[in-house]
Design a protein around this ligand. Structure first.
Ligand SMILES: [Zn+2]
Length: 355
């Protein structure tokens, strides 16, 4: 009976504090202190596709105070088997993922503060976009952005969670500077292009990125609550198809370029990738050198005769030419769908946007 009274009292107090999250607060190891830390946190989600989108939604529901949603891509039909924030209308309209993710999450919680960055994160904008974040979640699909995040997080002391999913596998590594291990303890240099499995070459089983995004959200909550144990920060690889779990508990490398030697090659590297093939379909991203913002309305006037399918708003311009589709953002960045290869994508950009 005493136990019942104690439980009732506890629930009534929790209800007064935060009815929405009371079942989470009731989990002792997280508790009201963890909830308060989460509510005070700003979480950057770099890449709002399958893993990042799942983590973003779960942290929104869990009560994160603020999310920064960063994504350079647009929603396509072949995203929908795994990217849970988007629907057919988003794909039909080819909406920027960061924008569509923000609108979805706004319907989940009116309390959360959202910042939408429909852009490519690189060395030139990382300080501005990640200013004052509490933690960074990796939802990217490429290794170069992960090396940038690793350098930036060790430079600033912000924790980050590396997470990936490809084929039937997922992998996860929570990283908490200044202590290693970090990404470069495991992978000192980026592998050559084309040498890693991608969701283009190996495919990806739809539910796996969501499972990995959930694990990333849990790790973020532990880190923010001060409950992440250094000895538990291992590279965990899960083969979901054959149910094999592998933990690699690597001690921090004494010769790690990032966490031991303090090199920040990827943070200060001003070279920009001009054309990037996006994971998952025939889409290339064109990144012009930094310059003045595009006048999208003026560009729309120039392109008006090219197609009956021209759409322009303050965020982007879309030109549909049948097999190929061009989406240009105000910062000059563009996505070319259907070009077939990087050179054709570059030519397509030069032809319609100009460099
Ligand atoms: Zn390291």
């Amino acid at each position: 009976m005493a136990c019942v009274r104690a439980t009732s009292w506890r629930w009534s107090v929790l209800s007064a504090v935060d009815d929405r999250h009371r079942r989470q607060v009731a989990f002792g190891p997280f508790g009201s202190e963890g909830q308060a830390a989460l509510a005070a946190a700003t979480v950057a989600v770099v890449g709002c596709g399958a893993t990042g989108g799942a983590a973003a939604e779960l942290l929104t529901r869990a009560g994160a105070g603020r999310l920064i949603l960063i994504d350079r891509d647009i929603v396509a039909l072949d995203n929908l088997h795994r990217q849970v924030l988007f629907d057919e209308e988003d794909a039909r309209e080819g909406r920027p993922k960061a924008v569509a993710a923000g609108e979805h999450l706004r319907r989940v919680s009116s309390a959360i503060r959202l910042t939408v960055e429909a852009t490519h994160l690189d060395a030139s904008n990382v300080d501005r976009i990640l200013d004052n974040v509490s933690i960074v979640l990796d939802g990217t699909d490429n290794i170069s952005t992960r090396f940038l995040l690793n350098d930036w997080c060790f430079e600033t002391g912000v924790p980050w969670v590396y997470v990936g999913a490809v084929g039937g596998e997922g992998m996860l590594l929570p990283i908490v500077p200044p202590r290693g291990p970090c990404l470069r303890c495991f992978l000192p240099e980026p592998p050559p292009p084309g040498s890693l499995a991608t969701c283009d070459t190996a495919g990806v089983l739809g539910p796996i990125p969501t499972a990995m995004g959930a694990m990333a959200a849990i790790e973020a909550m532990k880190i923010l609550a001060g409950a992440s144990q250094p000895e538990a920060r291992k590279l965990r690889t899960i083969d979901f198809w054959d149910w094999r779990v592998r933990d690699i508990a690597l001690p921090p490398r004494a010769d790690c370029p990032a966490c031991a030697l303090g090199e920040r090659d990827f943070l200060h590297d001003e070279r920009s990738t001009r054309v990037i093939e996006l994971c998952g379909r025939d889409t290339h991203q064109i990144l012009p050198p930094p310059g003045p913002r595009l006048d999208l309305e003026a560009l729309a006037d120039r392109l008006d005769a090219e197609s009956d399918h021209l759409l322009v708003n303050r965020l982007f311009l879309r030109l549909d030419l049948g097999a190929e589709r061009l989406t240009v953002f105000a910062d000059g960045r563009a996505l070319i769908e259907g070009a077939g290869n990087a050179d054709r994508a570059r030519a397509f950009y030069d032809r319609y946007v100009g460099t």
